[in-house]
Design a protein around this ligand. Sequence first.
Ligand code: GAP
Length: 480
Amino acid sequence: MSELADPSPRDLPPAVDGAVGHVAPDADTAAGEHDASMERIVELCKRRGLIFPSSEIYGGLRGAWDFGPLGVALKDNVKAAWKRSMVQLRDDVVPLDASILMHPRVWEASGHVAGFTDPLVECRSCNQRFRADHLEPNAAGEVVCPNCSGREFTEPKAFNLMFRTFVGPTEDTSSLVWMRPETAQGMFVDFAHVQLTSRQKVPFGIAQVGKSFRNEITPRNFIFRVREFEQMEMEFFVRPGTDEQWHDYWIAQRWQWYVDLGMRPGNLRIRDHAKQELSHYSKATVDVEYRFPFAWSELEGIANRTDFDLRQHSEFSGKDLSYYDAERDERYLPYVIEPAAGVDRTMLAFLVDAYREEQAPTAKGGTDKRVVLRLHHALAPVKVAVLPLSRNAALVPTARRLNDLLKPRFDTQYDDAGAIGRRYRRQDEVGTPFCVTVDFQTVESDDAVTVRDRDTMTQERVGLDRVPDYLSERLRLSSR
Ligand code: GAP
């Protein structure tokens, strides 16, 4: 424990059930075995309009992706699940939406202007640039250019990852501003204002979801490493001396969030950072890693940022950002525990984890491959598909009425195009938990519909008037 021992119970986190196991900093990075390869995920996302290259008609832009209708819904659901767990269900975390453009001194104080760099090398043959630490030696121990197989590189140069732009009409150093590379700094510079106006007492947190920008040298692996992305970050301010307990607490909380949303625990792990890997602000950091088809890789970092940021901003701004703890009659700069996750990476991990290729029975008595996204219901972009058996005029009014009835309660999709089996497959591919089919029996005899379950493919006959309540009972729309 650091300084100021003797914590009061109010300072400390609630007990955590069972410690989450950690792996060593140098744990192996072997890729995971999934039904999904990255190629299949990229292809599915493009074909179903979830995610596709930005400005594709002009040839695209590296490291930039667009999210189509179903992609927006999935992304919104990931963010909503995070906000629910981190803010809505808690009394000690409040939200913030700080602006992307901030005073340039913020990034001097935070250390980003001086130190937010990656080592850049250039191939002497083809002049392509690479991140030196992303170039793996081959079996003979040689580093070879992935573009032209050249073997000569320039010496590594520190390349600052922040995008720069200018405010106002002149483009000089006095109008230079940075596109934020993390949402975190907004929460540090607004700490005193938010604390005062929300009347929170330490320990408490400020949470934010928003865009960040990094001029990555080598964006790669689809939406895993991109230049424009969203982060879900929370800065939890604690009394120095209680920081290590809170760090453990947040590691356990964040682990549970992924598991509660259906991620397979075998594909998740907590990896400690080695000393030399720690960011300049961190006393201890772990990464929540996911076993992607390309390697174990970071989904989220959970850092003990100490009082580094509040101290720096106090010094650079000349404003006192210390906190007066009335209960202890003590003034201190709070320490900060920061769970910092990426929306895009988390979304990719949920997609990979949910993707299955299975054999399913066909109408003709054979079997056929089906692709299904076994997404947690809370994440599924569409919750219910309403499918008239055909476009027959006798079925359409009832199917439309049912769709209108369900729409206010659930995200629905009305689909009447193609054979019913093909439509089931289309919904399986995007993870729709339930399909409701209106057939001739519905309108001619029993006033009931067939509800098909995505995972078991079982079908149940449900009275039309009972459908909304039936679906409400069966859909798990939150993770807890
Ligand atoms: N405030 C601390 C911070 O920003 P980070 O580990 O650099 O820490 C947090 O970023 C998370 O943001 C990462 O775990 C990752 O999920 C996401 N992230 C960072 N850079 C990214 C990139 N270039 N593309 C997509 N996601 C990224």
